[in-house]
Design a protein around this ligand. Structure first.
Ligand SMILES: Nc1ncnc2c1ncn2[C@@H]1O[C@H](COP(=O)(O)OP(=O)(O)OP(=O)(O)O)[C@@H](O)[C@H]1O
Ligand SMILES: [Mg+2]
Length: 247
């Protein structure tokens, strides 16, 4: 029979439940167990996307020696927020002693590091051989930054997980979601989150109006409200396979 520690190392869901006392939602369990190198999580606000990727960050650092897990967020506040989850989980299960700990960084005695950084190119350059790159609030991470971090996965053949709620229908995040590239994708509207009550959602729909409600809670990529032409129509103007508008 496998020892509990070996099971925990092989199965992050077992580890999450046993070591962190966190019962993952069914989609969170699928994400934890995925072995895909390219993952997109298009999830409602407050559905638990940062929580589960923080858990995965710690599982990777704990059980994959010498790994570098880089968490990227658009702002310092968001990177601190994400790292707070990692620290909280590490506090519950410090399976490997730490060499050093700070507000945005954890270094373990097995040589692994988890580093959380706000999205400025000058902060990021120089990082290499990333085993797991997590991009939180991905829809708000600028294209230039995203393109400058991807090469960090080259030598390590590392994994990339980008998580967000949509923010308009432009930029690399929206393009990745709609692209034929082999991303493994999860779309989790608020209605699939057991902690978000239908009554709360009804109130939000009334207060926010349909545009913001659909974007924040229903994972919809929407054109900016002030945009004159829909993105789909602009794309079709340049698509020769679409027949011309009838006059
Ligand atoms: N499986 C779970 N069981 C219990 N609580 C959970 C679970 N997953 C997430 N939560 C809780 O739900 C809340 C929202 O989680 P989290 O911050 O990860 O969501 P998010 O999708 O990143 O939200 P936001 O869009 O606001 O960044 C947190 O309080 C978190 O502790
Ligand atoms: Mg979050």
């Amino acid at each position: 029979m496998l020892s509990h520690d070996l099971k925990a190392s092989l199965d992050p869901v077992v580890w999450c439940k046993g070591a962190l006392d966190l019962e993952p939602d069914p989609w969170q369990a699928e994400v934890l167990r995925s072995d895909s190198k390219r993952i997109l999580l298009n999830c409602s606000r407050q559905s638990g996307k940062s929580t589960i990727t923080s858990a995965l960050a710690l599982h990777t650092a704990t059980y994959q020696e010498e790994s570098l897990v880089l968490c990227l967020s658009p702002t310092l506040r968001q990177s601190s927020e994400l790292f707070r989850n990692v620290s909280r989980f590490y506090g519950v299960d410090p399976a490997i002693p730490s060499r050093s700990e700070s507000a945005l960084r954890l270094e373990l005695e097995n040589g692994s590091r988890i580093v959380s950084l706000p999205g400025k190119e000058q902060n990021i350059r120089g990082m290499a051989k990333v085993s797991l790159l997590i991009v939180d609030e991905a829809a708000r991470v600028p294209d230039s930054l995203y393109y400058s971090v991807r090469p960090m996965l080259a030598v390590s053949n590392g994994r990339l997980i980008a998580l967000s709620t949509p923010f308009g229908n432009r930029g690399w995040w929206a393009e990745a979601w709609h692209s034929p590239e082999p991303w493994q994708k999860w779309e989790i509207p608020a209605s699939k989150c057991p902690r978000i009550k239908p009554e709360f959602l009804e109130e939000e729909r009334r207060v926010l109006g349909s545009y913001w409600f659909e974007q924040e809670y229903e994972c919809r990529f929407l054109d900016a409200q002030t945009q004159l032409l829909r993105k789909e129509d602009v794309d079709n103007m340049f698509n020769e396979e679409v027949s011309a508008w009838a006059l």
